[in-house]
Design a protein around this ligand. Structure first.
Ligand code: SF4
Ligand code: SF4
Length: 392
């Protein structure tokens, strides 16, 4: 296993971290129609709590232990992962490991925070659930600028975090981010206490690349979530051949790319079975998963491939809203996956899950054509793309 500096914390983190959001689960009961109906009014967060599912601990715990034995020393979970059961399972697996040699990361869900005292209440609840004395990296979960201003600063969570640090309940305070990339420096400079950050970054979404460098330069550890693009890069494709002329599998290419960024401390992968773990370990054990030349080439080629395509949609959204609720960028994005990156299986899934109005609803008002800075004849192109995607 390769280890990297975790910012200025003095800790060395394994290049591959274990994300505990996809532990194997078992459905133990069916929900009645009345129960299903009652859940319709729940928030997304509350709806994750579903006791008809349990973690399959006979599989999950040995897998976590195998990861530890292979040198993984960073285990990341959160309150609502695996229908709210992930934390307890990780806590049990930790009993089989040397606590001093590993780092446990979990997160405080902002949905639980309605006043300052909620910080300590939730933290103590999580410690009890996991049967741990302390959390190594405690994240403010999934924040953006609005949540940061309206909750974290408004409830003075800096003071609460300091209290938790002073009492030894957490070793570090961190944040995981799901907002606009431009807001990261504001959040970091306003809060001033972060030891690490958990960011989205992969071949298909490099919007945080500048932030990764910014954080690393500040001595803040950078952990990456979604190295395989939330599964989009886990399907077979010709991408590696197209970008580098090498025959890496798509997930291997994706992980190599993320770890090829020298400013990344670790990439966490949500692993659900031993095969995934073994495949990821092979990459994390390579001292230089991607040379600087290949990294730059892959990054450049992704942009060039898109530019060279017959449809260069940047996803800027300027053409929206469409009066007929056709989600133009979403349709063009699915086409790009198929036509540009060769991620056809993924394009099919995206097309199947498309939630906007059908292209046949287009009234050819022409608004989208006028607003597109790339000069795409949107209405015309939509029809062509619709045919291609429907035939996949
Ligand atoms: S031309 Fe069609 S796709 Fe474009 S804005 Fe009008 S209705 Fe929507
Ligand atoms: S305005 Fe043009 S480039 Fe931007 S999302 Fe719409 S079609 Fe794509």
């Amino acid at each position: 296993m390769i280890y990297r500096e975790m910012g200025k914390t003095g800790k060395k983190i394994s290049a591959l971290g274990f994300g505990c959001m996809r532990l194997p689960e078992i459905k133990i009961a069916e929900m009645s129609d009345a129960e299903k109906k009652a859940r319709e009014s729940l928030s997304w967060y509350e709806a994750q709590r579903d006791d008809t599912w349990v973690v399959d601990e006979e599989k999950a715990i040995p897998m976590l232990k195998a990861a530890y034995d292979a040198g993984i020393n960073y285990f990341d979970t959160a309150m609502f992962y695996c229908h709210f059961k992930s934390q307890a399972t990780l806590g049990k697996a930790v009993k089989l490991m040397d606590r001093e040699k590993i780092m446990v990361s979990t997160k405080i869900p902002m949905d639980e925070v309605r006043e300052s005292s909620d910080f300590m209440r939730v933290l103590n609840h999580q410690l009890k659930l996991m049967d741990l004395d302390y959390i190594d990296f405690y994240h403010l979960h999934g924040i953006n600028k609005d949540v940061f201003d309206d909750k974290i600063m408004a409830f003075n969570l800096k003071k609460e975090a300091q209290k938790a640090l002073d009492e030894g309940l957490i070793k570090h305070i961190s944040f995981s981010f799901h907002g606009a990339a431009k807001d990261v420096p504001y959040i970091v400079e306003t809060f001033e206490m972060f030891s690490s950050a958990l960011l989205q970054y992969n071949l298909l979404d490099r919007s945080n690349e500048e932030n990764i460098k910014y954080l690393a330069d500040k001595g803040i550890g950078v952990v990456i979530m979604g190295p395989v693009g939330g599964g989009r890069l886990s399907v077979p494709s010709e991408l590696s051949e197209k970008l580098l002329g090498k025959n890496f599998s798509t997930p291997e290419l994706a992980l190599r790319f993320v770890l090829g960024n020298k400013n990344v401390s670790s990439a966490i992968s949500g692993m659900g079975d031993m095969t995934m773990l073994e495949n990821n370990l092979k990459v994390a054990e390579i001292p230089e998963p991607m040379t600087e030349d290949d990294f730059n080439k892959a990054a450049l080629m992704m942009v060039e491939l898109k530019k060279l395509s017959d449809l260069y949609c940047t996803g800027c959204n300027y053409c929206m809203p469409c009066p007929k609720q056709i989600n133009i960028p979403q349709i063009f994005n699915a086409y790009t996956y198929h036509n540009v990156y060769g991620l056809t299986a993924q394009a099919k899934n995206m097309w199947r899950g498309y939630g906007g109005a059908p292209v046949s609803d287009c009234i050819e008002c022409g608004q989208c054509n006028e607003k597109c800075p790339q000069g795409i004849k949107v209405a015309e192109k939509l029809k062509e793309v619709d045919e291609v995607l429907s035939a996949l």
